[in-house]
Design a protein around this ligand. Sequence first.
Ligand code: ADP
Ligand code: MG
Length: 203
Amino acid sequence: MLKIKNLKFTHPDQKSPFDFSLTCKPGTITAITGPSGIGKSTLLDLIAGFLVPTSGRIHLNDIDLIPYPPELRPVSILFQADNLFDHLSVKNNLALGLEAKTPDPTKKIVDALAQVGLPDFIGRGAKNLSGGQQQRVALARALLRNQPVVLLDEPFANLDGKTAQHMRKLVKTLTVKNNWHTLLVSHLPEDGNGYADTLYQLD
Ligand SMILES: Nc1ncnc2c1ncn2[C@@H]1O[C@H](COP(=O)(O)OP(=O)(O)O)[C@@H](O)[C@H]1O
Ligand SMILES: [Mg+2]
């Protein structure tokens, strides 16, 4: 269980602090919706460790994550776009999700690509992919990292309706299969109602 309790943060020039509380069970998607500028990305940055809260708690299975720097947090992140290095191949983008000493990395990469529906993409250049294909490769990298907390910041906002629907299904399947605590922030109502297991509306 991921538990966030009274996590407070104030940006420069902000009048009253953000104060976030939520819980997310393993194997479920928790959506956080709300208009632009309400603090959705700030919340994910706090969980990822890019921002440091003034007070409050982030506990994963009763372990306090706040003392850990971003690179040691058990977290994978997927943004709206620009998740891949354009100048690298799909294979090398995915290799970044693996630890250096991983045995048989190519097999693991091929397997992750198959799981996101891109079985023959290992030799492609990242810059030649469509937006939807790039998001799927980024999701494959989250699979390879295999961290228990997956943070998705407007992951479907740049995709056409059909591709977005495909990605929603994929995220749900992978969340259940891998027991991820998936936090999805979005301004799109369709990412909340009828899709997420739990829905928080920021106001
Ligand atoms: N680095 C920053 N410095 C100052 N203010 C910021 C910074 N980042 C975000 N903000 C402000 O904090 C608020 C929340 O931003 P953000 O978390 O990005 O919202 P959302 O993701 O919901 O659109 C906005 O008013 C934004 O202008
Ligand atoms: Mg945002």
